[in-house]
Design a protein around this ligand. Structure first.
Ligand code: ZN
Length: 183
């Protein structure tokens, strides 16, 4: 399959798998918007490796849908499946433990998985200011930003443009939260 066909097939696959999922903002944005944004952030930062872009589109399929790694391997190849495996939390663990492990595992991720992970965090941090989870308290949103920084810190040096995009949205989110607190 040519690269464009593969990318479109991955978008189609992810859109179907996540069709009933919504983001946590007040407008209940379709989940697939996040997946497209993560891939777009990577592409705009100059990442043109196909496996990385496919993993970006598919990064939440195993964690959040009934998709198996075997299914990803069969459709998109072993490298993409291995990257998605690197990017999937073990959902049998409690949420606090999963958050702790994301920080611990960040330093050991492959170069390609790091790129997707930083773009994923950039998209989520961007959402804190552009489309915040409407049921989250101020403290919970601030805690999310602090945790996100702890996950990203050990992965720095992966891609300067991507990290600049992450930093931009982190600064904007912190500014908005501080403004909210003082208003
Ligand atoms: Zn994600």
């Amino acid at each position: 399959m040519n690269p464009l066909s593969s990318l479109l097939a991955a978008l189609d696959f992810a859109a179907r798998k996540h069709s009933k999922h919504r983001r946590k903002d007040a407008d209940r944005t379709p989940y697939v918007n996040h997946l497209i944004e993560v891939a777009d952030m990577l592409a705009r930062a100059g990442v043109d490796d196909l496996a990385t872009l496919l993993a970006a589109v598919l990064h939440d399929t195993v964690e959040d849908t009934a998709t198996t790694l075997a299914e990803l391997e069969q459709r998109f190849g072993a490298e993409v499946a291995a990257l998605v495996a690197e990017l999937s939390d073990d959902k049998s663990l409690p949420s606090d433990e999963r958050k702790r492990l994301q920080v611990e595992h960040a330093a050991h991720k492959s170069a390609k998985a790091r790129l997707v992970k930083i773009a994923d965090k950039a998209s989520n941090v961007k959402a804190m200011v552009t489309a915040p989870p409407h049921t989250w308290s101020w403290e919970r949103r601030m805690e999310y930003l602090d945790w996100s920084d702890r996950v990203v810190a050990p992965m720095r040096g992966a891609n300067a443009e991507l990290e600049a995009e992450y930093d931009h949205w982190m600064a904007a989110s912190r500014l908005a939260l501080n403004h909210e607190k003082n208003s």
